[in-house]
Design a protein around this ligand. Structure first.
Ligand code: HEM
Length: 170
């Protein structure tokens, strides 16, 4: 097998677009006018990412990805595996922490204004709410740094090493 399945490729690129959009919206939200509705959009995109992550984990566990090139050094394979594992953790923890944080507030939570999303039973002063707040502020920076590394590595394989690593996902 030389390529990822069509489902894995679709999930990868749709989620990449949604995650990058949400990092930008999250970092920029304070500078943007409130009446643009940036935060409701941010929350809806984030909940979509969480739902797609569950699908993606199920797909990943039931479908073996293509093997990495034999000539790839061991350290590089390990670095790729650790980064990918970190992405799965971030795709779960960042949206979940946003959801917990929002649950402690009084505003209703909807998915693209189409239906109400239930909230967790947490209060503003709960330890879980502060942990969620801290995580939601710090982890997106780690995520952005790992994304740059991931994109850099993919481009290096494609443009410098000229192997099939990026093409397997396109
Ligand atoms: C892919 C998923 C997500 C990403 C990448 C993401 C990213 C971010 C980023 C970068 C910030 C700015 C943090 C800062 O520097 O202050 C932020 C803020 C925020 N996010 Fe998310 N987020 C995601 C999902 C969610 C979800 C699912 C919700 C709620 C349902 C949510 C609610 C919020 C709220 C309320 C803030 C404002 C925090 C504040 O200003 O106090 N996020 N997010």
């Amino acid at each position: 097998m030389t390529r990822y399945t069509v489902v894995a490729r679709a999930l990868h690129w749709i989620m990449a677009a949604l995650i990058i959009a949400n990092l930008v919206l999250g970092f920029a939200h304070e500078a943007l006018p409130r009446d643009w509705g940036v935060m409701p959009l941010h929350k809806s995109i984030g909940l979509t990412v969480l739902a797609l992550t569950v699908c993606r984990i199920v797909w990943r566990l039931t479908h073996r990805p293509p093997f990495l090139p034999k000539e790839m050094p061991g350290w590089e394979k390990s670095a790729a595996h650790v980064t990918h594992l970190a992405f799965y953790a971030l795709m779960l923890v960042v949206p979940l922490s946003g959801w917990i944080m929002t649950s402690a507030g009084s505003r209703p939570l909807t998915w693209f204004a189409l239906f109400d999303v239930p909230k967790f039973a947490v209060g503003r002063e709960d330890a879980l709410t502060s942990l969620a707040h801290e995580s939601h502020e710090l982890l997106p920076w780690l995520w952005s740094a790992l994304l740059l590394l991931h994109i850099g590595a993919a481009l290096r394989h494609h443009l410098v090493l000229k192997d099939d690593v990026l093409r397997r996902m396109t």
